[in-house]
Design a protein around this ligand. Structure first.
Ligand code: NDP
Ligand code: X2W
Length: 354
């Protein structure tokens, strides 16, 4: 990898006009070890990036190019900020040229091909590459990410739910009833992407609040697959996503019933110890209620643990920016690991408040 030899990492982005694509551009244009090489869009082929995204004027001087003309095979790392099913079509060709791949969609998240095909309604075209890929949640899977050539960047909801529940389930520890977990999650509207859809129109999504995907959401199997990896007991999860009228941000409220033999555990101390060395997980003091704006535009996740009335119900509050730690920031964190850089490189932005 280039960085090991000291030269900049040559980076390509497929899907540069979506919200995660432009967020990757914001982060990578300020990354000290990256040379942006190619940014694709089929619809905006030839258009200067900064004309479409004026926040990047003076920072990105490339134009969008069609994927087949972009020279992606000359890159060290290619990010796919595209809909599900795109990365797996191009993965083999790029891997053969020595390119490493970070997919922000779901092509490399679910190891079970049947489960992938059931939820995403397309055949998986490279199960062998999927089998060798790593799930890109560094706090849970750092060693595998360092060695991988393909990373499946997690979904935005799974990142919050997994970080909020991991300390309770990891290592097969039976601290909570794993069969009755609940994740009540809320996302800002950018979570639905930049493409035009009726339910994300201002007049539909503003000044209102609703659940969706209650009877089934594709992030449910992704979360359960990862919880199953860490839990010795069978996992049952109720997951209810909601759309809230804000642009960015995600708030997940997680519920877990403490097992009788674990009632004496100091859960605040347990979470603090688990995340003490994690640069992007901030355990808040006991009694805190994190706000989404406290992480806006930053790669930080903030977590608070509550035990209302000192009873046997744990309530865990997790906030993240869906476009940063929930997508593009996490992808850059994964690139840093892949390339042997300090994990925080280019990711130390402080959240914007208010
Ligand atoms: N928004 C969020 O909070 C999160 C999103 N994700 C995932 O990240 C991915 C991108 O999301 P988002 O940025 O919101 O998506 P958008 O739908 O807003 O953007 C999609 C981008 O992909 C390009 N694209 C679409 N189809 C193809 C294709 N067949 N080949 C090449 N390029 C294509 C589009 O450009 P053009 O059509 O011009 O080529 C566009 O630039 C999705 O898979 C999404 O699920 C993951 C976590 C969080
Ligand atoms: C608010 C909203 O619509 N959120 C998206 C999920 C966010 C996301 O992008 O997840 P994927 O990468 O798995 O697609 C949804 O529920 O479909």
């Amino acid at each position: 990898m280039s960085q090991i030899s000291g030269s900049p990492i040559k980076v390509g982005i497929v899907g540069g006009t979506g919200y995660t694509g432009v967020e990757l551009l914001r982060l990578l244009s300020a990354h000290p070890n990256v040379a942006l090489q190619a940014i694709t869009s089929r619809q905006e082929d030839g258009v200067p990036v900064a004309r479409m995204f004026p926040n990047l004027r003076g920072h990105v001087d490339l134009a969008f190019s069609a994927p087949d003309k972009a020279g992606l095979d000359q890159c060290d790392v290619v990010f796919f900020a595209t809909p599900h099913g795109v990365a797996m079509q191009q993965a083999r060709e790029l891997l053969d040229k020595g390119v490493r791949i970070i997919d922000l969609a779901a092509d490399f998240r679910l190891k079970d091909v049947q489960v992938f095909e059931q939820w995403y309604k397309v055949p998986h075209t490279c199960p062998d590459i999927l089998a060798a890929s790593a799930y890109g949640l560094p706090e849970l899977n750092r060693a595998a990410i360092r060695q991988a050539r393909v990373i499946g960047n997690p979904g935005c909801y799974p990142t919050t739910v997994l970080l909020g529940l991991a300390p309770l389930l990891e290592g097969g520890s039976a601290l909570v009833d794993t069969a009755t977990l609940i994740a009540d999650c809320k996302s800002g509207v950018t979570g639905a992407g930049r493409k035009a859809e009726v339910h994300t129109l201002f007049s539909e999504a503003s000044d209102s609040f609703k659940a969706y995907g209650v009877s089934g959401h594709r992030h449910h199997p992704e979360i359960v697959a990862q919880l199953d990896r860490m839990s010795s007991a069978p996992v049952g999860l109720t997951f209810v996503p909601h759309l809230v009228p804000m642009v960015r941000g995600m708030h997940s409220t997680l519920y877990a019933r403490i097992r009788p033999e674990a009632l004496d555990i100091d859960f605040q101390a347990l979470f603090e110890a688990r995340y003490a060395d994690e640069p992007f997980v901030d355990m808040l003091p006991a009694g805190s209620t994190p706000e989404t704006r406290s992480v806006r535009a930053s790669n930080m996740v903030r977590i608070a643990v509550h035990r209302p009335g000192g009873g046997d119900q744990l309530v865990i509050l997790v906030v993240q920016d869906n476009l940063v730690k929930g997508a593009s920031g996490q992808a850059v964190q994964n690139m840093n690991l892949l390339c042997g850089l300090p994990e925080t490189t280019g990711l130390e932005q402080v959240a914007i408040l208010p």
